[in-house]
Design a binder for this molecule. Structure first.
Ligand SMILES: Cc1ncc(C[n+]2csc(CCOP(=O)(O)OP(=O)(O)O)c2C)c(N)n1
Ligand SMILES: [Mg+2]
Length: 427
């Protein structure tokens, strides 16, 4: 290769990020700075954005080592609300566990868990109004569960069966629930960000009082859509909350490939001149408090806030992934911020409002609850058992009147199917 190097100038080189730990490595997280709970200032919701910027390099934490809630960010929730939060997170985990097993049993082709990240969807859902519009990624099933969406409907979608409201047209787990102000999940990463800003701008243009909130993985912040959304929101001061769920991994790429070696994801807010908060994503009370702060700010025309949830993806990316191939199994146990369900459980016990026995009984009850929902959904069919949506529906719902060439294709498809499977009956 010819070199254009001149004189004694050093040859240019690139930095290629490499994760600290690979399979088999001992894990040491001492490089991660974990500030004391309760030590972070809480600026007024109406402050200038720059006042929040120190928080972008810090970490808002409420639950301390003794499981107490302390400091100015303590949202001071009553015990019933805390128990509801705990239950919703535990239900989300129970649902994930059962659906994962369902995939292994061949009942669906695909599933994605959010284990370890439950606080980043359940706590925000509780801090928002139920009709605030959410634009999630695929890892916020906790929002739907929090809003009381029927589990049976979720399972119908996951099994792509004949009761699936989306008629098998979406990948399993890519829900859509207009009545629950839950925007359709897209497999194309980051598209939800500009959509959320557009919706928020429309809400403001109409003089409505509802705000938008959106979620993205840290890896997906490398997409152009993320930055386009931030620019629009900053320029028009749109009433939107940007959540970045930094779970350290984007399938097998670590956060360094999205810029984590240089600064925090919350610090993106500084460049756009909007409010930003970095929060302990495994501390449900801190997540709740940060979301409530951002929601109050947006609702009073204070504009957008970027919240980075610092958390850890405790399991594989999806049922198609094997994290044992690229990261150390020790990472999960060594993760310095613990587990969100355990932390809230211990807090409630410390308050004298919960016990191990109650927790175990709740887990058993939730398992039965999820099991009953799956059994109910299975009556409508599972993958490969033929009880999916009628074949011809594939051609419906796009055009008011089906164009001639699609009509022909539809007839041809049905004809060929009859030849291939003579026993098949169109329902
Ligand atoms: C535009 C686009 N690029 C790539 C993919 C493939 N893909 C799906 S999920 C994923 C990783 C995303 O990681 P992150 O944003 O950190 O979210 P997480 O899965 O950790 O929640 C990738 C690369 C895709 N679906 N869309
Ligand atoms: Mg990620």
């Amino acid at each position: 290769m010819t070199s254009n190097a001149r004189g004694n100038l050093p040859p240019l080189s690139l930095h290629v990020p490499e994760p600290k730990f690979r399979p088999g490595d001992a894990v040491d997280y001492s490089h991660i700075a974990i500030p004391a709970a309760g030590a972070q200032a809480r600026p007024d919701e109406g402050c200038v954005a720059a006042e929040t910027h120190p928080l972008c390099l810090d970490m808002v934490r409420v639950l301390d080592e003794d499981h107490r809630a302390i400091g100015p960010w303590d949202p001071k929730l009553d015990a019933d609300t805390l128990r509801r939060m705990l239950r919703t997170m535990a239900l989300t985990r129970a649902f994930d566990d059962r659906m994962y097993r369902g995939q292994r049993q061949g009942k669906t082709s695909f599933y994605m868990k959010c284990t370890g990240e439950e606080a980043t969807s359940v706590a925000p859902a509780m801090a928002l109004a139920d009709d605030d519009m959410v634009f999630p990624s695929y890892r916020q099933q906790g929002i739907l569960i929090s809003r009381g969406y029927p589990l049976v409907e979720m399972v119908n979608q996951i099994y792509s069966n004949r009761a699936d409201k989306l008629k098998g047209r979406q990948l399993p787990i890519m829900y859509s629930a207009r009545d629950y102000s839950f925007f359709t999940i897209s497999g194309n990463l980051a598209t939800q960000y500009p959509q959320a800003v557009g919706w928020a701008m429309a809400s403001a243009i109409k003089g409505d009082s509802r705000i938008a909130a959106t979620w993205i993985g840290e890896g997906s912040t490398a997409e152009g859509d993320f930055h386009a959304a931030m620019t629009f929101a900053a320029v028009y001061n749109a009433p939107v909350i940007f959540n970045v769920v930094n779970n350290q991994w984007a399938i097998s790429s670590f956060s360094g490939f999205a810029g984590a070696e240089r600064t925090t994801f919350a610090a993106r807010a500084i460049g756009y001149g909007i409010a930003g908060i970095r929060v302990d994503g495994n501390d449900p009370l801190a997540v709740y408090a940060a979301t409530r702060w951002a929601a109050d700010r947006a609702r009073s025309n204070g504009g957008p806030t970027l919240i980075e949830h610092f958390t850890y993806r405790a399991e594989g990316h999806s049922t198609s992934d094997d994290p044992g191939q690229y990261r150390s199994a020790q990472e999960r146990e060594e993760w310095p911020l613990g587990d969100p369900i355990m932390r809230l459980k211990r807090h409630l016990i410390a308050l004298g409002e919960w016990s191990d026995e109650q927790h175990d009984a709740m887990d058993r009850e939730l398992m039965d609850h999820v099991k009953a929902a799956t059994k109910e959904a299975e009556k409508n069919g599972i993958l490969g058992h033929g009880l999916h949506h009628p074949f011809h529906t594939m051609f419906e719902d796009v055009f008011e009147e089906l164009p001639w060439h699609l009509k022909e294709q539809s007839e041809q498809a049905i004809r060929e199917r009859r030849i291939k499977w003579p026993e098949w009956k169109e329902s």
